[in-house]
Design a protein around this ligand. Sequence first.
Ligand SMILES: NC(=O)c1ccc[n+]([C@@H]2O[C@H](COP(=O)([O-])OP(=O)(O)OC[C@H]3O[C@@H](n4cnc5c(N)ncnc54)[C@H](OP(=O)(O)O)[C@@H]3O)[C@@H](O)[C@H]2O)c1
Length: 242
Amino acid sequence: MKIAVIGGTGLIGSQVVNDLTAAGHEAVPHSKSTGVDVISGQGLDQALAGADVVVNLTNSPTFDEASPAFFQTSMDNLLAAAHKGGVGHFVILSIVGADQVPELDYYQAKVLQEKILAAGPVPYSIVRATQFMEFMEAVLSWTADGDTVRLPATPIQPIAAEDVANAVAQVAAGAPLNGIHNIAGPEIFSLDELGRITLSHKGDNRTVVTDPAAGMFAVVKGDVLTDKNAHLAPTRYADWLS
Ligand SMILES: NC(=O)c1ccc[n+]([C@@H]2O[C@H](COP(=O)([O-])OP(=O)(O)OC[C@H]3O[C@@H](n4cnc5c(N)ncnc54)[C@H](OP(=O)(O)O)[C@@H]3O)[C@@H](O)[C@H]2O)c1
């Protein structure tokens, strides 16, 4: 199949392109740096022409109140081009429990993205993942202050980007779900514990202080899969770290 991967130069997108290519598909990466802009619409019609599937792995440049506008405009433009080009399957990557955290602009933005897709004219699949292991570095930096890092004890079930990409590629190569496929890593930690494990592995002597009000995850009740029958990705955090 010909599969256009929008955001195909990003963390997940580049690995999805590799996975799909290895599986024998014609996966073509597109992004702003290749001349395709989901906000202005530049290059979109050409990028999606003849594609059987579109995988949208673009991300908003900020996680703040500007993020809903990014996902609104990008989805409007992408869906119009996909419909025009006769695309048969549109895949996005969202966040597990995105609809449970109305306090966060970025989570609201991802719910908006899901709603636009589901209401649109193209058969679709939504993959929802927990936080990426690769994201832990950013989480630590947000609340770092001198010798301490403040983190809440929010339950978190991190997943490796490689496992996310595998799941997205598999969904993209299959029939549209017209629904949601949830994925998570194999272990549940509390975020403060995950911070301690991460710093210790790096030989970083800073102390993690448990603070229920610290950072973005203070308002997230749990970034975990509650479905006991859910299929979990294989990579454990200790193996990913090493
Ligand atoms: N962080 C998490 O833990 C998490 C969890 C669940 C789901 N997700 C979702 O996963 C998706 C992919 O995230 P990621 O970490 O792989 O993102 P990323 O590494 O930041 O990559 C973003 C991609 O979007 C492209 N892009 C940005 N603005 C664009 C524009 N105006 N036009 C065209 N392309 C544009 C970038 O292209 P350039 O090459 O031009 O920069 C890049 O290819 C996101 O939608 C995110 O919401 C994230």
